[in-house]
Design a protein around this ligand. Structure first.
Ligand SMILES: [Zn+2]
Length: 340
């Protein structure tokens, strides 16, 4: 089969790779219907995470099951399936509590490199969600978004404690931040302030439910949030970037008693204990347990109630994966869809 290999920072190639095989009896092999480039792939692409040797890349996927191991009982060949970036068994105490990304038997699905024509998915019964039938092509982008960015934005909103009537601020206007806006809207937020400086992203944020846009950052950004909330701060803030600046933006924009949901993978972030103590702010983060939300999100998509696939503003054949990365790196695209 063919797929993407990251050779070095800025150097992604479309190459022939070994076909994935069933290794454990609980595995499935899927034929990719669509995959995409994640904001977190850019940490590798930009060399912020070291690239020690050429490696397959990509961790977002939807596809049709081609084969399953002998111990797989609920997933069958021919089904259309969606899964998250961590495989999870669905049965351990952490899975049962809804934290599948901390599964005691978790495996990173992305290790196999989802930007490819086929993929091995470990722990298929726990990891994959099958749709009742093969969905139409128009639904592919939205279902693919559920694999990571929608589920991650959703978790950010849940972790921040968004409730009906909440005032919410979203830090970060990447695909996750934009879908955090959509999640907050679905969870009943009354006011949603999106922090964005980019006109196409502001437009999408409004389409997903943002009521206000704040373009300022740092002290000025915090001051604008305070202005908009009569000096109180937001009830719930979604941190969808992962830098020291974005974390401060989030913590300082939250009202006492409010919550911050952190889904931007922290790079060089430290939180001051004394600041946190006196802020009265609740913090929850972590790799989003997307699997917890998948059944509900898939249903919302199949019923046409949400259209998260709008975050894909570049649609390329998988063979042009290198351009897909470059466009996101240069912020010419919010998110690149890749079709094998
Ligand atoms: Zn588990």
């Amino acid at each position: 089969m063919r797929g993407a290999i990251l050779h070095a920072p800025g150097d992604v190639r479309f190459e022939t790779r070994d076909d994935p095989e069933i290794i454990d009896n609980t595995d499935a092999i899927i034929r990719m219907s669509a995959t995409c480039v994640c904001g977190s792939d850019l940490w590798d692409y930009r060399g912020i995470n070291p690239v020690s040797e050429p490696a397959p890349i990509g961790h977002e996927y939807v596809g049709v099951v081609e084969a399953v191991g002998s111990e797989v009982t609920t997933i069958r060949p021919g089904q259309f399936v969606i899964g998250s970036f961590f495989a999870s068994d669905g049965t351990c105490p952490h899975c049962q509590a809804g934290y599948q990304t901390s599964c005691q038997h978790r495996e990173f699905v992305g290790a196999g490199g989802a930007q490819a024509e086929a993929l091995r998915v470990p722990l298929a019964d726990g990891t994959l969600v099958a749709t009742p039938e093969i969905p139409s092509d128009e639904l592919l982008p939205s279902l693919l978004a559920a694999s990571d960015v929608l589920g991650t934005g959703w978790y950010a909103a849940v972790a921040a404690g968004v409730q009906p009537g909440s005032t919410v601020a979203v830090v970060g206007d990447g695909a996750v931040g934009l879908l955090g806006v959509l999640a907050a809207k679905q969870l009943g937020a009354e006011r949603i302030i999106a922090m964005s400086r980019h006109e196409p992203r502001q437009r999408l944020a409004r389409e997903f439910g943002a009521s206000d846009i704040v373009t300022e950052r740092g002290d000025e950004g915090v001051a604008r949030i305070m202005d908009l909330t009569r000096g109180v701060g937001a009830d719930a803030v979604l941190e969808c970037v992962g830098t020291p600046e974005s974390m401060q933006q989030a913590l300082r924009s939250t009202r006492p008693g409010g919550g911050v949901g952190i889904v931007g993978v922290p790079h060089g972030v430290s939180i001051d204990g004394e600041q946190l103590f006196y802020s009265h702010v609740r913090v929850q983060g972590g790799p989003a347990p997307v699997r917890r939300f998948l059944p509900e999100l898939v249903e919302l998509i199949l019923n046409g109630e949400i259209n998260p696939g709008k975050v894909f503003d570049l649609d390329l054949p998988l063979s042009e994966v290198a351009e897909g990365y470059a466009a996101m790196d240069e912020r010419r695209a919010i998110k690149t869809l890749l079709r094998p």
